[in-house]
Design a protein around this ligand. Structure first.
Ligand code: NAD
Ligand code: UDP
Length: 316
């Protein structure tokens, strides 16, 4: 008997590509499903040929808003653009991806009795009024704003997961992912880490939205992938927060990038986008207690690795 067949939706994206490679290296048969909206085959780099020839890695072009029949044992459901720039590009499509996509993947999980993990988000907490955010917090979300297609879409996705679990006994896992960064983020991604580092490498001014006093807690991608795998293999359905709980302001993030680059960076302030959360830090008690999860990569090291990746990506 071979190891399980694992489906990764959104597998060609930033987190998905790292997850696919980790699962492949653990001996799983991996099906990487993607519509290539923000994902790219280049994310598999020089391992692409090896994956294709291995006989246990398949690339499937498919859009999760349409049903699909596959025989799989586990589903990591990541398909959905994560950068505000991309999820706001076609907000109706973002809602369809979150709602119909999750509905279709739950239908598949139910039919083949697969375990399914949803990549949910800290955005379900909105602009939080409780700090740090524990899983018990119901959030502070604008239902009609420009982030709602993503935030409310993910909230409905979580609801669908819980209802399929209660009503149809589907074996579910819900991960609430906090800001994650690292190699394979797209150059034009629009998220803060990719923007700041690419601007620094191009010698452009850093585009700081608002004062820069807003906080985030940045998790290096290998730590996050470790958390996802731990949750999938655990007996806990979640939701469980995953990320890094070292909170910094964006001004501090610029300082960290300056240190890694060895020079000061000019900053240009721009207006703060609507509904931009002021503070964000995960309460990781549950992940630590139930999954033995611990983020290991310090920001300085992760930023250095990410700078090296973008240096190559920009062709320096
Ligand atoms: P990403 O945009 O790099 O990856 C998303 C992938 O999904 C891409 O490959 C894209 O082409 C694919 N996709 C989008 N719509 C699709 C559709 N309709 N059908 C099939 N494929 C589709 O983003 P990421 O950072 O890798 O995020 C992955 C998941 O993790 C997302 O669900 C996101 O909401 C969640 N998440 C990420 C973060 C983060 O900081 N990176 C934080 C919270 C949650
Ligand atoms: N941000 C910024 N400049 C940029 C991109 C983002 O100042 O070029 C800010 C953004 O307003 C937010 C934070 O960085 O306060 C994180 O934004 P991102 O889009 O990475 O993710 P979010 O956590 O908001 O989903």
């Amino acid at each position: 008997m071979g190891k399980d067949v694992v489906l990764v939706t959104g597998g060609a994206g930033f987190i998905g590509s790292h997850l696919c490679l980790r699962l492949f290296d653990e001996g799983y048969h991996v099906i990487c499903l993607d519509n290539y909206f923000t994902g790219r085959l280049e994310n598999f780099g020089d391992r692409y040929q090896e994956l294709l020839l291995s006989g246990r890695f398949e690339f499937l072009r498919h859009d999760v808003i349409h049903p699909i029949a596959l025989e799989v044992d586990k589903i990591y459901h990541l398909a959905c653009p994560a950068s505000p720039v991309y999820y706001q590009y076609n907000p109706v499509k973002t809602i369809k991806t979150n709602v119909l996509g999750t509905y279709n993947m739950l239908g598949l999980a139910k039919r083949v009795r697969a375990r399914i993990l949803l990549a949910s988000t800290s955005e379900v907490y909105g602009d939080p009024q409780v700090h740090p955010q524990p899983e018990t917090y119901w959030g502070h979300v604008n239902p009609i704003g420009i982030r709602s297609c993503y935030d409310e879409g993910k909230r409905v996705a979580e609801t669908l997961m819980m209802d399929y679990h209660r009503q149809n006994k589907v074996d579910i896992r819900i991960a609430r992912i906090f800001n994650t960064y690292g190699p394979n983020m797209a150059v034009d991604d629009g998220r803060v880490m990719s923007n700041f580092i690419c601007q620094a490498l191009r010698g452009e001014a850093i585009t700081m939205y608002g004062s820069g006093e807003q906080t985030r807690s940045f998790c290096y991608v290998s730590d996050l992938v470790d958390g996802l795998c731990r949750l999938m293999e655990s007996e806990h359905i979640g939701p469980i927060n995953l990320g890094n709980d070292s909170e910094i302001t964006l001004l501090e993030l610029v300082k960290t990038i300056e240190k890694a680059m060895g020079r000061p960076l000019p900053v240009e302030h721009k207006p703060l986008p609507q509904d931009d959360p002021c503070r964000r830090r995960p309460d990781l008690s549950k992940a630590r207690e139930l999954l033995g999860y611990e983020p290991k990569v310090p920001l300085e090291e992760g930023v250095r690795k990410t700078i090296e990746y973008f240096r190559k990506a920009l062709g320096d």
